[in-house]
Design a protein around this ligand. Sequence first.
Ligand SMILES: Nc1nc2c(ncn2[C@@H]2O[C@H](COP(=O)(O)OP(=O)(O)OP(=O)(O)O)[C@@H](O)[C@H]2O)c(=O)[nH]1
Length: 347
Amino acid sequence: MKIITSLHETDFHLKSTFWLCITAGTLVLPFAYYHLVYQDLGIGIGGLITSLSLFLVAGLIYRKSYKTIYTFIWLTPFTTVFVAYLTNKIGISGTYWCYSTVLLYYFMMSERQAWLSNLLFILVNFPVVWQLLETTEAIRFTVTFLLVCIYSAIFLRVITKQYSELTHQAITDKLTGLYNRTLLQDSLTHAIRKTKRTQTAFTLIVMDIDHFKKINDELGHDMGDQVLVQLGAFLKGFFRESDKVFRIGGEEFLILAYNTVETDCVHQAEELRRSIESLSLIPDRQITVSIGVAGLDSAEDWKQWMKACDMQLYEAKKGGRNRVVASSIDQLNKKSFPGLKVSSTPV
Ligand SMILES: Nc1nc2c(ncn2[C@@H]2O[C@H](COP(=O)(O)OP(=O)(O)OP(=O)(O)O)[C@@H](O)[C@H]2O)c(=O)[nH]1
């Protein structure tokens, strides 16, 4: 499973950055206007450019096309030089902008880019500050500035970690470690969109353990749990990294097979059925599964697609269990797959 390692991969972080840019861009505007009209033209133009750049970033985030490198190669050097110019022109009150600038860096870029930006900021701005201010003032500025840098880094790191853990918990089935239902709708909708856009084939496999209630009743719930855990681990190893494996119910699993057409997936499902049949998950007891397979061909939305696959699974159960059912099986060489059954259910 992919763990989030940067806040920049998360929706909530991009939303915060969006609002920070809108707020900062708006608050800088009156200062820019004041200097443009009444005071220093250079500060006015610099403020206006800063404000417009922040609005541009907000616009890119809104259009989902923002990349942190844009800020790193444009806004970092520009604001660094601009704040130094500002401090040089208006003295100590220019340094007040340093604090919000470094905090913004942490929100707008990756942690590494933010550290590098801060380094550049320090290299350019500290000599100006130390030249302008008295030693005690310069020391105060240096210490408070470094504290803001460190606090910002710690704060964002803690949030990233917690967000990552919470996301992981929310989408993971506790017992098997597979994905749970929470991610299902998103994954299927994403697959449908991708198929429409790039003609990538996706196929669904729904697998249900046969007579699982008997295992629980006769061998106990703990043994039932053990079967689920072992089967979950087996499924993870059986499918590719790019395929997503979910536990969607008590003894029901779903696999979203990436870049696989239904006919190929049926072969894979049959191999899976046979492999599970020959596994010794419980001593002296054979465990079998029923499997339904459905390609994306005629399904319009994720619910229809799931329903089509569930219907194939239902046919497999109704047909006697321990078998694979898909609407496309009649296109295959049935002789080589005695476990396969042709479904009469339209997908
Ligand atoms: N051990 C264990 N059992 C579970 C869990 N979740 C659901 N079950 C059990 O799974 C069983 C499912 O039973 P049924 O829906 O009747 O299905 P089945 O016995 O497999 O019969 P068919 O699916 O028709 O072959 C029930 O006994 C549930 O209590 C779980 O997390 N652990």
